[in-house]
Structures are given as structure tokens and as C-alpha cells.
Design a protein around this ligand. Structure first.
Ligand code: G1P
Ligand code: ZN
Length: 553
């Protein structure tokens, strides 16, 4: 066994997007592709100087490593371990079998005071040999690396010429305990244990056990992804939910062909079960790396934006939040439902660009406790990632504490605060130049749109969202084009930063309805006039040739 110096060349396109570097498996499997990115990461973490001299900052440090079990996960783990050993890392905490959910990586980094964590996941993107793979780095707060770091890693990928890597044989990823790889310790850990302790510190486990003893039933669809082992261990084994409550619970390399993106379009099996005559009391699904969640009642799907608003309104019912919240934050395209609750409770409310990394500073600075995104993501200060199973436990706790169903809780909420009708339309796999031209033209048209009337509404403001981080003052421009109407309605356009095929245009539509008599309109009907405005302004159909979105959630 020896440390090798291997010459390499740079690859184009290794700039991390909304959430790490995400590409087709075939791209990642090119010789040295993953190696280059990880070497660049280690170079930057080592404190490399302007002359390319590596620093010593990795020495004596611990890193956490694990992934969502998708195709290429195990091979990538072996590669990263050999690079880590050669780059002076002292210890790696590795999830057994190479498995760790995204929120679990965050929990382990924080509880074990690691330097950071590497998550192998393409989140909600499909898996398998033809699917996607991804890698992201989380810093010592347990959260996604900031843009300064990811840009430095990207810059390094473009100039590096040498990999440092051990030629040791693969290690066994399964037995718990410590093995040596060169001078580096690899400690294989139970992927669930740390995470379970964090959940125990927030929720009343006795209350939840009591809920299941009353005969309460649930169906949690882990979509053959990494959430399965966590949900089974915590809900069934620890809390006593009926065996079989967690379905599709074994992580598979191709997610069994499912698209592990928990929305009503991809989780149709769950939706069918929840609308059957003998539906369970509660349903939920998680995504590939278990940071997303969809909450479903009997015959009733909860909008993620509403979920955040309800959590904020009822947080004091949960032991971990009984003293109240410091503040809340939502991504810009997320509906303003939570803003109304924050206002009523006198809580600070922040609007950030899309992507969990923008919540990190606010959480670290103690300015917010709960955060959420419209894209089926909610989380809190317990980790620095969104957290699917945490959201499920939160909703179960709300039902246990109030004795009310999901539907009753949401409809009561609307009666108090009004309803923010909300939908997102995704136009997938558009030619990149078509998508870019659409956005360029839209931006150019913004000044002329202000004051224009569309039906009953007038455009009060039109801009390209820019964000100044209130903690470190960093500025993020071009975070989405917004049309803000005089009645509070919003039409938002942005291009996805996580797709791997062409471009994906996301169109977000929202309007507020105060009158409870008008709260039962189907969502797409309620927002049809805003969809027509979007078409009129951006010409999506004419430019893309798509008569309808690929997915509407
Ligand atoms: C999408 C979601 C965003 C989320 C991200 C990672 O990013 O829209 O809210 O944080 O996935 O899960 P996008 O593809 O829109 O850039
Ligand atoms: Zn995810």
C-alpha cells in the first residue's frame, strides 16, 4: 500500500449547482472525473495557496461520508476513501454500507464535531446506470458549503494536474468499527444512531408511541431510497407503528425504477392508497436522500408551502420548539403562507434564494428556527439540511397533540390565515439556448411590465430577485424573475440548477384568497388566470413547443 501521485487533466463543467455537482452516472464514471472533483475539494480544504502549494488544514481532521445508495455509491465511497487517506485526513466516519441520508450526514457532522461531510446523492433525480449521480460537501455546521467554497473548488478543478491517491485494496463497508487505510482511520458507523438521538431530543416519543397504540395508521413511502432504513427504525422499531407502515423501505441502486421525488405526480402509489376507502390516517413520502417530504392526509395533499406555515403556527406543541421560534425563512418562490403566520406571531421572516445553503447563515446566527421551500423541503435548526423524516415526525406529533386530521388542521389554518393558492409548473428538457433566450427577453421586458393590467390585476413590481445575506453581506443576483401584482399574487420564473438534461424552466404561481367560502377550488383552476399571464408574458408554449408543463405540482 502506498500513496500514488497520478497525473490528470481538467474536465469542463465541474461547477456545483443548486445542491452540489450533479451529472449523469456515465459522466461520473469517466476515468478521473470523480477523483478530480474530490481532489480539488481536498486541495481547497487543505488551505492551498495561490502558488498551488497544498496546506495542512486537513491533517488531524475527521470527515463524514455516506450516500443515498444509488448506483455508483459504493464504488465512489472506495475512491473517496483512497483520496482522503492520501490527502492527510485523519479519520472518516462512514455510514455502514456507504449509506447516510443527507440530514443524517448533517447530524453526524454536528454531533461528532467533524470538519465536514461528503454526501453522495443526486437527491430526487432518478438513479440507476442510466440515471444521475451527485456529490456535495457540507461544512462543519453540517450545512451545504457556501458559494465561496464551491467556487474555489470549481476553480481548482480547472487547473489541477495531479491526484493523490492510495493504491490500497477496497475496504469492507459493512462491519461496524474501525479499520485502517494507510494512516487514516475509517470508522463504519450505524447510519441511524446519531440521527435517532437528534429526533429523540426534539419530539415526545412517548406521545408518538401513544398515538400508534390508539390504532392510528400511516403509510410512509420511502420510494426504495435511503429514507427507508431511518423510517423503519424510528417509526416501526422505536415508536411501535404497525409493521409494514413504511413501504419501499430498502434502498435500491435504481430506486426500483421509481422517480424518488415526493410529489403527487411521482408518488402516485401513495396518492392512490390515501384516496382508497380504507386509507390510513396519514401518508408521507421522501426523496432519494430523504431530505424532502410530502405530507398527505386522507384524500388530501398538503402543499409544502402550507406545511411550513402550519409548522410555524403550531411549533409550540412540539417539545423541541416549546419555547417558541427565533424566526422563519422561506425561499423566494415558496408561497407567502408562512409570512402571514410570522406576522401574527411577531416573528422575523426571511425570503432567501432557492437552495438550502442560503438558510445556513440565518440558522447559525440564531435568526431563524424553521425553514422551508416549495419543493417539498422543510427543516429546522436541529441540522443544516432539510429533513424528510423530521417533517413526518412533526406532522405526526401535531396530530397526536391536537387529535385532528391533516385535512382538518390545514382547513382550520386557511380559515384563520386565508389560503395561498400555489402551484409550480416545470418545463423539462428544454434546449438550453431556448431557455436562456426566454429568460434574457423576460428580463429585458421587466421595466415595461410595471403598471400593466392583466384582467383584474396590475403589475406592481417586476424584478430579477437579488439577495443580500443579512449575516455576511454576500450578494446573490439573478435568482428568479418576479412579477408582483397589486393583490399580492405572484408569477415567478427561474431556471433549475439541479437538472442534468437540457434546461428546466420553473414557473411558480401564487395568489391569496381570504374568503373561506372560496377555499375549495381545485388549485390549477384557481391559478389558471395567472398561468395565462405567464404565457402571455414569456411565450413559453411558442418558444418551447410544449403545450403544457411536463409536471405541475
Ligand atoms: C431544486 C428545488 C430547490 C431545492 C433543490 C435541492 O432546485 O427547486 O428548492 O433546494 O432542488 O433539493 P432547482 O432545480 O430548482 O435549482
Ligand atoms: Zn433530496
Amino acid at each position: 500500500m502506498a500513496i500514488q501521485s497520478i497525473s490528470t487533466h481538467s474536465f469542463a463543467g465541474q461547477r456545483p449547482g443548486t445542491s452540489g455537482l450533479r451529472k449523469k452516472v456515465t459522466v461520473f464514471m469517466q476515468p478521473n472525473y470523480l477523483e478530480n472533483f474530490v481532489q480539488a475539494l481536498f486541495d481547497v480544504l487543505s488551505g492551498i495557496d495561490a502558488e498551488g502549494q497544498r496546506g495542512t488544514a486537513l491533517q488531524g481532521q475527521t470527515l463524514v461520508l455516506g450516500g443515498d445508495g444509488r448506483y455508483h455509491n459504493r464504488a465512489a465511497v472506495q475512491t473517496i476513501l483512497k483520496l482522503a487517506a492520501a490527502n492527510g485526513v485523519a479519520k472518516v466516519l462512514l455510514g455502514q454500507g456507504g449509506i447516510l441520508s443527507t440530514p443524517a450526514v448533517s447530524a453526524v457532522v454536528r454531533r461528532r464535531a467533524a470538519l465536514g461531510g461528503i454526501v453522495l446523492s443526486a437527491s430526487h433525480n432518478p438513479g440507476g446506470a442510466e440515471g444521475d449521480f451527485g456529490i456535495k460537501y457540507n461544512a462543519n455546521n453540517g450545512g451545504p458549503a457556501n458559494e465561496t467554497l464551491t467556487e474555489a473548488v470549481y476553480a481548482r478543478t480547472q487547473v489541477l494536474t495531479e491526484l493523490r491517491m492510495s493504491d490500497a485494496p477496497d475496504i469492507n463497508l459493512n462491519p461496524l468499527g474501525v479499520q485502517m487505510l494507510e494512516q487514516m482511520q475509517v470508522e463504519v458507523i450505524d447510519p441511524v444512531a446519531d440521527y435517532l438521538e437528534v429526533m429523540r431530543s426534539l419530539f415526545d416519543f412517548d406521545q408518538l408511541r401513544g398515538l400508534f397504540q390508539t390504532g392510528f395508521t400511516l403509510r410512509v413511502d420511502a420510494m426504495n431510497a435511503v429514507g427507508g432504513p431511518y423510517a423503519k427504525a424510528i417509526l416501526e422499531d422505536v415508536l411501535g407503528a404497525p409493521a409494514g407502515s413504511v413501504v419501499n423501505a430498502v434502498p435500491l441502486e435504481d430506486f426500483g425504477g421509481l422517480h424518488p421525488d415526493p410529489n403527487p405526480v411521482n408518488a402516485t402509489d401513495l396518492i392512490d392508497h390515501m384516496s382508497a376507502p380504507n386509507a390510513p390516517d396519514f401518508g408521507a413520502a421522501m426523496d432519494g436522500d430523504a431530505d424532502r417530504n410530502m405530507v398527505v392526509g386522507r384524500n388530501f395533499v398538503v402543499s409544502p408551502s402550507d406545511s411550513l406555515a402550519l409548522m410555524t403556527a403550531h411549533a409550540k406543541l412540539i417539545p423541541g420548539y416549546r419555547h417558541g421560534l427565533l424566526g422563519v425563512a422561506r425561499s423566494m418562490p415558496t408561497s407567502a403562507a408562512v409570512d402571514r403566520v410570522a406576522k401574527a406571531l411577531g416573528l422575523p421572516c426571511f425570503e432567501t434564494p432557492t437552495g438550502w445553503k442560503f438558510f445556513g447563515n440565518l440558522l447559525d446566527a440564531g435568526q431563524v428556527t424553521l425553514c422551508g421551500e416549495e419543493s417539498y423541503g422543510t427543516g429546522s435548526s436541529h441540522v443544516r439540511e432539510k429533513d424528510g423524516l423530521w417533517a413526518i415526525l412533526f406532522w405526526l406529533s401535531l396530530q397526536a397533540a391536537t387529535g385532528k386530521s391533516v385535512q382538518t388542521l390545514v382547513q382550520e389554518h386557511w380559515r384563520i390565515y386565508g389560503r395561498n393558492y400555489y402551484t409550480r409548473h416545470d418545463y423539462e428538457a428544454i434546449a438550453v439556448d431556448v431557455a436562456n433566450a426566454l429568460m434574457v427577453d423576460l428580463r429585458a421586458s421587466l421595466p415595461g411590465l410595471v403598471g400593466q393590467r392583466f384582467g383584474q390585476r396590475t403589475v406592481a413590481a417586476a424584478d430579477d430577485f437579488a439577495y443580500t445575506d443579512p449575516v455576511d453581506g454576500s450578494i446573490s443576483n439573478h435568482q428568479g424573475v418576479r412579477l408582483l401584482f397589486d393583490d399580492g399574487a405572484r408569477v415567478i420564473f427561474r431556471l433549475s440548477g439541479t437538472g442534468t438534461e437540457g434546461a428546466t424552466l420553473r414557473l411558480y404561481l401564487e395568489r391569496y384568497e381570504a374568503n373561506p367560502a372560496l377555499h375549495a377550488v381545485p388549485v390549477q383552476t384557481a391559478l389558471a388566470d395567472l398561468a395565462a399571464v405567464a404565457e402571455q408574458v414569456a411565450g413559453i408554449c411558442a418558444r418551447t413547443g410544449m403545450a403544457a408543463p411536463s409536471v405541475a405540482t
